[in-house]
Design a protein around this ligand. Structure first.
Ligand code: ZN
Ligand code: ZN
Length: 189
């Protein structure tokens, strides 16, 4: 495993929004490391929970992980299906804390979900924040109380709009330390 390697941003099952590449570029810029786009297929049938009409986020993460290229440090799957974990009504995304894989859905980030006109610019902005947030968890970051920090927890889409897409100085410091720790580990092995 190359923990110093690029971040893979993987679009699932032909979900490729017009801003697909812009999201990948934003990830590379915010994490100051290369990000590459992948297009992968997951069998979603086993992840669908019929009673809820939603997809189990933890199973989605496991499926995404199986598609991680050996050279990638982290992989995040991007989907447009509705995600949940058993204790919550829904989630915008899910991540393995300090692990290699995550998933993020645009299902509840779209204006249309709330009966508002479609806004691709806003959807990209929200998607960048949630992807960076989930990848932050994958780099070992926990939730942050700073209102502007991307690691602040978001329950509703309004919360997503209130926070920024970047890490506060404290989270940035932890991210930096964790990245260096990862690099050290990978060179010893
Ligand atoms: Zn979180
Ligand atoms: Zn923070």
């Amino acid at each position: 495993m190359s923990v110093a390697g690029p971040i893979s941003v993987a679009y699932l099952n032909d979900y490729v929004p017009a801003w697909a590449d812009a999201l990948v570029e934003a990830v590379a810029e915010i994490f100051s490391r290369p990000a590459v786009r992948l297009d992968i297929r997951l069998d979603l049938r086993a992840k669908l929970v019929q009673e809820r009409g939603q997809y189990h986020a933890t199973l989605m993460v496991a499926g995404v992980l199986r598609n991680r290229p050996p050279t990638s440090s982290k992989i995040i799957g991007i989907t447009d299906v509705d995600l949940f974990v058993p204790v919550l009504t829904f989630v915008f995304g899910q991540s393995q804390l300090d692990g290699p894989a995550a998933v993020m859905s645009t299902y509840r980030l779209r204006n249309e979900f709330y009966g508002l006109p479609r806004d691709d610019g806003l959807l990209l902005e929200r998607s960048v924040k949630e992807v960076v947030h989930e990848l932050g968890h994958a780099f070992g970051l926990v939730h942050c109380a700073d209102y502007g920090c991307v690691m602040r927890a978001s329950t509703y889409v309004e919360d997503v709009d209130l926070k920024g897409a970047e890490f506060c100085p404290t989270c940035q410091g932890t991210l930096h330390r964790n990245s260096n720790r990862d690099v050290r580990n990978s060179t010893v092995s």
